[in-house]
Design a binder for this molecule. Structure first.
Ligand code: SF4
Length: 507
């Protein structure tokens, strides 16, 4: 295990907490040392939930290690049942408690509590948060969904929506968007899980005709099991972006055996027209670097290139379980996928690629801010501002509208090109000033290493011409031109050199 300042994913029991917190009537008894209760803050502070997660920690301390920690677990489980009367319980250990080898599953079984108790075996030193959430959801579905039953054909086809959890990126609003879309198509929603479902709801999963898989990181394993055991096919397209939402509607129509024309009732997205209406200098060919969980990163790359006209210069994910999908997607954009959970590697890549926009997680927001590059957050892990009070989905056509607003505005910053030119000598907009939303101070990334010891100087007219470049890309234009000149042995940068460099880097 590596000690780190920031991390994309917590240990797997945080994933289990995300499932338990999303559900109703489920309680999680976690064998964990005193300090591990910090995890509550993820839900109450970052997601702003109005109540604590339904978790009882054993909170053992150093002095307990010499005594019977197994007994401590047993009393915590017994008391949790008496106090909360859950419909079902999950039990497991955090990283530190795993080392005690107390076997929470076996201990809980010995208590013979009057509700289903599902043991979780989450190897904290090999796996991470999303895997933990997926394994927890799968174990719950497997334990509670029951055997396959006959489904009589009903007038309206029905589906389950699988995958939304607590702390997920815009899950609450994506579910609402999907419920509206499916209702417009004439498809009934049987159960949404884990978000908002009770253990009893999980026993009804087998009644649906098919499953809508919203977040593969969380629910792919459960969807595969339901397909094998209950004969329910599941959707493969994640409806983020206009094109993906259209593909998703076609897929649902096929699985539900309904006329895809029903989709004509759905209000389309404004993204395509808005994207065409924006001055093309803001969007066309903008170099974008994308990093997040696999689902959101892959979807973002498709929107960036096909719907906004950006050029994808980097694509990566911390979701190791989905590395293959990310690599396949990256190949479609002619880039090499970056699969890592080390944010320093991501930062080095951003510095190397010098994108004009970063689409990422909370970590990339920090990285981009430090480098003075515009950024939009489009994936977990996210911070408090990414759990907005307003309706703000990512999925479906309304999600595409939200995406347009949140990705394009960091590039426009409220100032049109002619205003930038008009005010370019203003104190606020001089070369050294970064946009106010990036902190006002520019910290230019170090220039890319140049294999030359030539010192290049700027001719006066070239320097003047450079000032016509909008301030937020001027630093980059300067560095690129200097690198271009040095590599070619040019000691003076003329206007011609500036435009040659521009043409060279635009290729
Ligand atoms: S030991 Fe595990 S659970 Fe405890 S703080 Fe560290 S990562 Fe979190």
């Amino acid at each position: 295990m590596q000690l780190t300042l920031w991390t994309y994913e917590g240990p797997p029991h945080i994933g289990a907490m995300r499932v338990a917190t999303a559900m109703r009537g489920l309680h999680y008894v976690l064998h964990a040392p005193q300090g591990d209760t910090y995890a509550d803050l993820l839900f109450t502070m970052i997601e702003r939930r109005g109540s604590r997660p339904p978790v009882t920690y054993t909170t053992f301390q150093a002095r307990d290690l010499g005594s019977d920690t197994a007994e401590l677990f047993k009393s915590a489980a017994r008391e949790a049942y008496e106090r909360f009367s859950p419909e079902a319980m999950i039990v497991g250990a955090s990283c530190t408690a795993e080392l005690l080898q107390d076997d929470p599953g076996g201990l809980a079984k010995a208590l013979a509590l009057p509700c289903p108790v599902i043991p979780l075996d989450l190897p904290a030193y090999q796996k991470k948060e999303n895997w933990g959430a997926a394994e927890t959801f799968y174990r719950l579905v497997r334990a509670l969904a029951g055997p396959r039953r006959e489904r009589s054909r009903r007038a309206r086809r029905s589906c389950n929506i699988l995958g939304p959890t607590a702390l997920g990126f815009r899950c609450r609003d994506d579910v609402r968007e999907m419920e509206t879309l499916l209702a417009t198509l004439g498809v009934e929603v049987n159960v949404v899980a884990p978000l908002g479902a009770s253990p009893k709801d999980l026993t009804r999963l087998g009644d649906a005709d098919f499953n809508v898989l919203l977040y593969p990181e969380i629910a792919l394993t459960a969807a595969q099991w339901l397909e094998r055991t209950h004969g329910q096919p599941f959707t493969r397209v994640v409806p983020i972006g206009v094109g993906a939402t259209r593909d998703f509607i076609a897929e649902v129509a096929r699985l539900a055996e309904i006329d895809p024309e029903a989709a004509s009732q759905v209000e389309p997205s404004r993204l395509p027209w808005y994207a065409r209406s924006v001055d093309s200098t803001y969007l066309t060919g903008k170099r974008v670097f994308i990093f997040g969980d696999a689902t959101h990163a892959i979807a973002a790359a498709r929107i960036a290139r096909d719907e906004l006209g950006f050029t994808v210069v980097g694509l990566g994910s911390y979701s190791r379980e989905f590395a293959r999908d990310v690599r396949e997607a990256a190949a479609r954009y002619g880039v090499e996928a970056l699969v890592t959970d080390d944010y320093l590697e991501v930062e080095a890549k951003v510095m190397e690629l010098q994108p004009e926009l970063v689409l990422g997680t909370q970590m990339e927001r920090h990285i981009a801010k430090r480098l003075g590059v515009p950024c939009a957050v489009m994936s977990a892990p996210a911070h408090v501002q990414d759990f907005p009070a307003r309706y703000s989905p990512q999925m479906g056509f309304e999600g595409a509208n939200v995406i347009f607003d949140s990705w394009v505005h960091p590039l426009m910053m409220g100032l049109e090109e002619h205003l930038l030119a008009m005010f370019r000598d203003d104190a606020e907009f001089h070369d050294g000033a970064a946009p106010s939303h990036l902190g006002g101070k520019q910290t230019p990334p170090p220039a890319a290493p140049v294999a030359s010891d030539i010192v290049v100087v700027w001719a006066e007219d070239a320097e003047k011409e450079l000032r016509k470049v909008p301030f937020f890309v001027r630093g980059k234009a300067r560095r690129n031109t200097e690198k271009f000149a040095a590599e070619r042995g040019l000691e003076t940068i003329t206007v011609e050199t500036l435009y040659d460099a521009k043409a060279y880097f635009a290729r």
